[in-house]
Design a protein around this ligand. Structure first.
Ligand code: SF4
Length: 755
């Protein structure tokens, strides 16, 4: 059965067929058609093909082609290892402009460990079942070939189970020059001492002009290839890399890949290609900024397609972040690197990824993407672990049956939610629906801020880290002065809306809220008021002893213009009883929304996934939303995000949803909620990279700048972006940014956004 994902004039004609593995999309971009034919015939791609793949706006075909090759090579098998990183010195005689790790030889913050200090460090940090130690560091004139040979021997003696993957080509070359030996001779001595393989660092970008601008002290790229060639001839395996996202062009990247491919044709020892996303903080190239999510994924996909003779493409979560790395497994990568444990080099450049991942977490990330985790050793042999494996909990594999949606049925959606992990197919189908609804290449966003007027709450939701009981030392009701300052800050930033959100304060009656709204209306008539979730409004009515209808009317008459869809979480009683038994029920949530729509007020609808709900419950949630939207048409947008667990009572008790699950959910929501105009990207919980990718999984809106957010951030989310950052992300994805109001009317920015 072939796939059919053609975008048509309306979403009624869009259909999603779960694909058998060796079939191809019909590219939307005609430039990709001959490339797809070559990939199908397993022919080598040219430089021009690589550039076309990098530049195509048809990102779903790029993804599908890369996944086809990845699946052809490895099926669903996805590799990781248990490893630990170690940097014996951070002192370096060179000063590469992209590096935030190295210290000068006389810098008091510099260090160089003795062999005994290194061993002590390994004893302290290496995970129990580690199979590999990864050693790289600065170029220190006292750490000679003899030092490393002694170090490797000592490691072999004390930790015979650890494979030593050590020293980049630049370090080997430095040792050779310092000790007046050939590359081969240095390598022979180190192999004899225990060196098992080489990492791929130090490749940067091979183009001589770029090389000269970012690391002119290092010997040129020929040296990098010569060292790896020498290693391969001695039977040593190695990895290769590319540091991208600084001053190079797309052409430089493709040229780099081709030079690696040619080296592999000559000596054949590269095991994996690892694209390294430039992390800019504290480097000389800080103004270049971070790579975007789409750029990271394009690089993974293009490298999978160009490097036809390198078996593995590794996504290095340390550099791109855990969420993006998980999604990269659906863009051509087959290796999620390892547990790592204490990485310093990228973290010195501002990486906000964790220092280590557990085996359980790696398994969860891989399985959530519908793939099969395989623990490997450094040389890609499967490890039969002596330790218990995390339970595999997911059904896997392709169903191969057609799911057609003139209007997707409940059962079809449940089937997709339970079984379809093909992010390429889901994303393309959702994107086609989005384009049918919004054909213009525009992505909207609003400049607004949340104001949390009080954190006192009686509902004690287990997923909530924001609330404090009445009388708690950290409880508050925002005073008028602070409130006014927050609104004025928003004005200065060109904002046009506030989102009022609080807990449920048992003493505050409707008059208190009316007074607040009237004050805002009269003092800030230019700022729209979007506020109060369904649970807040429902309890305002109860506390005030008036009907729901009267409550909403009075709030509206006092100045409330629209209502956010918060407090929905998962709209089934099974979930609500488990995570928020005191909160309003599903029916009550819908009663608030129906009444508001009836009174002519528009609202949004939300979902928080990953708090232990069954896949079917998510579709039950969507089904109720779709029904009400059919009745009233009052929802302007759907927004979903993932549960954040820090500081909550649910921490460690539910399997969290990762980025793959978020994008899957968003795609399925776009397909199912055929009567919703707008879908927002939740970059606040997912980060800018996944937030950008959401634009290819059904979202047409980047939500808001959210100058301030306290509810989700109390549970551990830390992502921030201003209007300029949002516009950069939108433009990089090939869309035009457009500011909007709550009703999705285009508006002119109130202050220039800058470029
Ligand atoms: S989620 Fe809302 S209702 Fe629940 S405890 Fe937190 S503030 Fe209260």
């Amino acid at each position: 059965m072939g796939e059919s994902l053609a975008p048509g004039p309306g979403f009624a004609v869009v259909s999603l067929t779960l694909r058998p593995q060796e079939t191809f999309f019909t590219p939307v971009d005609p430039l990709l058609a001959p490339i797809a034919t070559k990939v199908d015939a397993r022919e080598r791609l040219s430089f021009d093909d690589g550039v076309a793949l990098y530049r195509t706006p048809d990102v779903h075909t790029l993804q599908a082609l890369a996944q086809t090759v990845r699946t052809r090579l490895h099926g669903a098998r996805t590799f990781y290892n248990i490893n630990t990183h170690l940097e014996p010195t951070n002192k370096c005689v060179f000063q590469c402009r992209f590096c935030a790790f190295a210290k000068k030889l006389n810098d008091p913050e510099g260090y160089a460990w003795s062999v005994e200090e290194v061993l002590a460090h390994i004893r302290e940090t290496a995970p129990e079942h580690a199979t590999e130690i990864h050693i790289v560091g600065g170029l220190h004139p006292k750490l000679t070939t003899a030092y490393y040979a002694e170090l490797f021997r000592a490691i072999r003696r004390e930790f015979p189970h650890l494979h030593i993957k050590a020293l980049t080509a630049v370090e080997i070359d430095f040792l050779a020059r310092m000790d007046r030996l050939s590359h081969t001779e240095v390598l022979k001595r180190l192999i004899e001492a225990g060196l098992g393989s080489m990492p791929g660092g130090g490749a940067e970008i091979f183009d001589p002009e770029i090389w000269d601008q970012i690391c002119h002290q290092k010997p040129g790229f020929e040296n990098y290839l010569a060292v790896h060639g020498a290693a391969h001839r001695l039977g040593l395996k190695s990895n290769c890399t590319m540091l991208y996202g600084h001053i190079e062009s797309i052409e430089h990247r493709v040229d780099h890949m081709i030079r690696l491919r040619e080296q592999q044709d000559r000596t054949g020892g590269f095991q994996a290609f690892v694209p390294l996303a430039f992390n800019p903080m504290h480097t000389d190239l800080e103004e270049q900024g971070w790579t975007t999510g789409l750029d990271d994924l394009r690089t993974i996909a293009v490298s999978r397609l160009m490097l036809d003779n390198i078996p593995h493409i590794k996504t290095y979560w340390i550099m791109v972040g855990v969420k993006l790395a998980q999604v990269a497994l659906s863009w051509g990568a087959d290796d999620l690197d390892g547990t790592v444990t204490e990485e310093q080099i990228t973290h010195a450049a501002g990486a906000d990824s964790p220092q280590a991942l557990t085996v359980d977490r790696l398994h969860h990330l891989i399985e959530e993407a519908g793939l099969v985790p395989v623990e490997r050793d450094t040389l890609y042999s499967e490890v039969v672990p002596p330790h218990p494996q995390p339970l595999s909990h997911q059904w896997r594999g392709e169903r191969g049956e057609a799911i057609q949606s003139s209007r997707m049925t409940f059962n079809e959606a449940v089937d997709l939610m339970e079984h379809c992990h093909d992010l390429a197919a889901l994303g393309q189908a959702a994107h086609a629906v989005r384009l049918a609804r919004h054909p213009e290449p525009v992505v909207t966003y609003i400049v607004d801020r949340n104001i949390n007027y009080s954190n006192v709450c009686t509902e004690l939701c287990k997923f909530c880290a924001f609330y404090r009981p009445k009388g708690h030392s950290e409880s508050y009701i925002l005073d008028r002065e602070t409130f006014a300052r927050k609104v004025e800050e928003l004005r200065e930033a060109g904002g046009r809306q506030i989102l009022l959100q609080g807990g449920i304060h048992p003493d505050l009656k409707i008059e208190w809220y009316e007074e607040m709204l009237r004050w805002l209306r009269s003092d800030y008539p230019d700022i729209a008021i979007h506020g109060f979730s369904a649970p807040e409004i429902y309890r305002f009515a109860e506390i005030s002893g008036i009907s729901l209808r009267e409550t909403i009317e009075r709030l509206r008459d006092a100045g409330l213009q629209s209502i956010p869809g918060g407090g929905a979480e998962i709209l089934t009683e099974t979930s609500r009883q488990r995570i928020s038994p005191l909160k309003i029920t599903t029916d009550q949530w819908f009663e608030v929304m129906r009444t508001a729509h009836d009174l002519g007020m528009r609202t949004t609808a939300t979902m928080m996934l990953g708090c232990g709900e069954a896949p079917r419950e998510r579709i039950e949630h969507l089904e109720r939303l779709r029904q009400l939207q059919d009745e009233t048409g009052g929802f302007t947008a759907f927004i979903c995000w993932t549960f954040q667990e820090e500081n909550t009572a649910l921490r460690g008790k539910v399997p969290l949803a990762g980025a793959h699950e978020y994008l899957r959910m968003l795609s399925i929501a776009r397909l199912y909620l055929d009567n919703f105009e707008n879908m927002q990207s939740s970059w606040v919980t997912q980060g800018a990279k996944i937030g950008q990718l959401a634009l290819f999984h059904g979202a047409n809106d980047m939500g808001s700048t959210m100058l301030e957010e306290n509810v989700v951030s109390a549970a551990g989310t830390i992502f921030h972006m201003d209007a300029r950052g949002i516009e950069r992300v939108i433009r990089d994805a090939g869309f035009r940014p457009q500011q909007r109001d709550f009703f999705y009317n285009p508006v002119e920015p109130r202050v220039p956004v800058g470029c």
